[in-house]
Design a protein around this ligand. Structure first.
Ligand code: F6P
Length: 320
């Protein structure tokens, strides 16, 4: 294999740039040409290609976002678009592709692989919802960003004896909410994977007020209930309670990647190049029990990643 391409797809994640940097530099050291593809899968159909050399990725390790840009390309689900992408890569002499992205992006990888094109995925999404890997690139940074914001909100919640609801990202999963909630000492964490009872939430708040607890912190995953809707539910039952909310939103997608994200991004990128060199595509690179793993793409996108309910159960016990 002498020439490979790399692209970033779907929601951007801090650490994507570090993974690109690793692919380019490891490729170069293995005497492989690396082509950058701009704007995710759209770049394949539009031939937005650029030869990348080691100097082209200087200063990327610590940069959030993705310098190759990204896109959500719904049309890539179409057979003819996938065929066009393969045709364009072959015309460019590209023999293998590395896709840095989450579930949706790896579904695109699977489609190309099933059509016989050598593809390797790199697990990257702030949602951390890809089966087979303990962590995806970007998740650690997003959770730390959320914790920092929640800690700041707690300052004003205590100053004004308020109940604060903070909504975090995660699409339809609760991985961000769970870790950010536990690490920030939230009183209540709402995740899509666990049905919640509004009356129980009200009882929890009332019990706190009885114990002269001045403020309450509730973290909700966007896929569980939106903060504004929960505020209405609570105010409907406790009209005298001062309830505010903040939606963290896209701040969780940016920022300099943490040490952990930089390390796994670099390791994942290098391993992806290795798999293409060895002629063993069809996997997503991830990490399990601190070891780099190769997850069959089909498993990564189709299997359901379970939540660690031990984290969920301890939250109530440690909140007073
Ligand atoms: O998948 C990452 C993510 O940030 C989700 O947590 C969020 O729900 C979604 O992307 C937002 O999508 P978009 O960037 O298309 O608005």
């Amino acid at each position: 294999m002498k020439r490979i391409a790399v692209l970033t797809s779907g929601g951007d994640a801090p650490g994507m740039n570090a993974a690109i940097r690793s692919v380019v530099r490891v490729g170069f050291s293995r005497k492989i040409e690396v082509i950058g593809v701009f704007e995710g899968y759209r770049g394949l159909t539009q031939k937005s290609f650029k030869n990348l050399l080691p100097r082209d990725v200087s200063g990327l390790l610590e940069e959030g976002g993705t310098f190759l840009l990204s896109s959500r390309t719904e049309e890539f689900k179409e057979d003819k678009i996938q065929e066009l992408a393969i045709k364009n890569m072959k015309e460019e002499g590209i023999e293998g592709l590395i896709v840095i992205g989450g579930n949706g992006s790896q579904s695109g990888s699977l489609a190309l692989f099933k059509k016989g094109f050598p593809v390797v995925g790199v697990a990257s999404t702030i949602d951390n919802d890809l089966w087979g890997t303990d962590y995806t690139i970007g998740f650690d940074t997003a959770v730390n960003t959320a914790i920092e914001a929640i800690d700041k909100i707690r300052d004003t919640a205590t100053s004004h004896s308020r109940t604060f609801i903070v909504e975090v990202m995660g699409r339809d999963r609760g991985f961000i909410a769970l870790e950010a909630g536990l690490a920030s000492g939230a009183d209540i964490v709402l995740i899509p994977e666990r049905k919640f009872d509004i009356d129980k939430i009200i009882e929890n708040i009332k019990a706190g007020l009885k114990k002269k607890k001045k403020h309450h912190m509730i973290i909700t995953a966007e896929g569980a209930i939106h903060a504004q809707d929960l505020q209405s539910e609570i105010k409907g039952r406790l009209p005298d309670l001062d309830v505010k909310y903040s939606v963290l939103g896209y701040i969780q997608r940016g920022g300099a990647p943490t040490r952990f994200d930089r390390i796994i991004a670099t390791m994942f990128g290098a391993e992806a190049v290795e798999l293409l060199i060895k002629g063993t595509p069809g996997f997503v690179v991830g990490i399990k029990d601190n070891h780099i793993v190769h997850i069959p793409i089909e498993d990564a996108v189709k299997k359901f990643k379970e939540i660690n309910y031990k984290l969920y159960d301890i939250i109530e016990e440690v909140s007073v």
